[in-house]
Write a protein that binds this ligand. Structure first.
Ligand code: CP3
Length: 343
């Protein structure tokens, strides 16, 4: 059975383009909120295959997306490495921060990684058997830089001042941390493919705060190593990189990491993406997630503009960042109809 999502990642131009949405499983769906209430905390939820499989399938039933993304979180990696991670409701993730080489050596290690992540692998395996035969299964991880921001700052940040400063002032510690994350992330992604993932996406959600030199060192270089490590084991699996906010540095990212697809945020000019990025790789995006909240004429017009500009090359329709909880599910329905040419 051909899966349209995988065809697009091989460089085929499809009309209509395949469609899925980042964070397509989540709080905007009443059926998600209902199941979420039955788990005692968010990490437990991610580590319970019965629940994780069910919420992965929910948006497929409603919208018939071309891809399913494993339900988990990027912060299972620090958790599996031995750092204390908690999701506090209303406040987002909280970690016991690691700021020095001594703390890194004392706390983090790779030994229990696979054992700790077993429930996630079970979820992937079960999903590979349970999703519709035309739907592709995406495994994922956070990129080292983005995961490191939470590990060092201890929570989400607006400015990333602390981690950017440490990356300049203590490059030995910071390189050790990134190297460990390259290793852990590669092992994690390789095992997801063993268990049935057909594509991998690496989220570098906070890449946009880096200077040009830092972007090369802390986003491109680690991602290049992850791509090489994964391909050394699974030569065929397509890999999508999402260095959100990279601006003109998207081009160097695509050329150097050699990803099969690139996720574009909503700030990327569409004609530039068509002319510069699309000849190099499959592009994915780029609707502003807040326009999906707003809906109406403005959303319709932007969806049309995106389809007209990027639809003539290898393209996967998506948002520029994940769905937010206040999104009306009927706007997602409208988006699907427009992208599929049914509206
Ligand atoms: O459909 C999917 O995409 C589901 C899988 C998924 C989740 N998180 C579930 C989740 C994926 C791919 C992620 C990635 C993720 N997690 C990223 C990168 C992508 C991005 O959006 O930038 C980041 C930075 C995280 C870290 C994270 N996880 C934060 C900052 C938060 C709290 C913010 C919030 O919205 O509350 C989470 C929690 C989280 N991860 C939720 C979900 C559905 C909400 C928690 C809940 O239901 O209680």
């Amino acid at each position: 059975m051909t899966k349209r999502f995988l065809q697009a990642l091989k460089g085929e131009t499809l009309n209509p383009p395949p469609l899925w949405l980042m964070r397509q499983a989540g709080r905007y769906l009443p059926e998600y909120r209902e199941i979420r209430a039955s788990a005692k905390n968010f990490l437990d939820f991610c580590y319970t295959p019965d629940l994780a499989v069910e919420v992965t399938l929910q948006p497929l039933r409603r919208y018939g997306f071309d891809a399913a993304i494993l339900f988990s979180d990027i912060l299972v990696i620090p958790d599996a490495l031995g750092q204390k991670v908690e999701f506090v409701s209303g406040q987002g993730p909280q970690l016991a921060p690691i700021k020095s080489e001594a703390e890194l050596e004392a706390i983090l290690n790779l030994d229990g990684l696979h054992e700790h992540l077993k429930p996630v692998y079970t979820t992937v395996h079960r999903l590979s058997k349970e999703i519709p035969e035309t739907t592709a299964l995406i495994g994922f991880a956070g990129a080292p830089w983005t995961v490191a921001t939470y590990m060092v700052e201890g929570k989400g940040s607006k400015t990333y001042e602390e981690i950017r400063s440490i990356a300049y002032s203590d490059p030995v510690f910071f390189q050790r941390l990134i190297d460990m994350l390259v290793e852990a992330t590669s092992l994690y992604l390789i095992e997801q493919v063993h268990q049935g993932a057909e594509c991998l996406q690496v989220f570098d959600s906070w890449a946009g705060v880096l200077s040009e030199r830092q972007f090369h060192t802390w986003s491109i270089e680690p991602m290049t190593r992850i791509v090489e490590k994964v391909r050394a084991v699974h030569a065929e699996v397509p890999i999508i990189g999402f260095p959100r906010g990279a601006g003109p540095l998207y081009e160097a990212y695509v050329r150097e990491t050699k990803v099969d697809g690139v996720g574009l945020d909503h700030t990327v000019p569409l004609t530039w993406a068509r002319d510069v990025l699309q000849p190099l790789t499959t592009v994915q995006g780029t609707l502003d997630n807040l326009l999906l909240v707003a809906g109406g004429e403005a959303m319709d017009a932007e969806i049309k503009r995106i389809l007209e500009t990027l639809g003539s090359g290898p393209f996967i329709f998506n948002l520029g960042h994940g769905i937010v909880p206040q999104t009306p599910p009927e706007h997602v329905e409208r988006l699907c109809a427009l992208v599929r040419g049914e509206a």
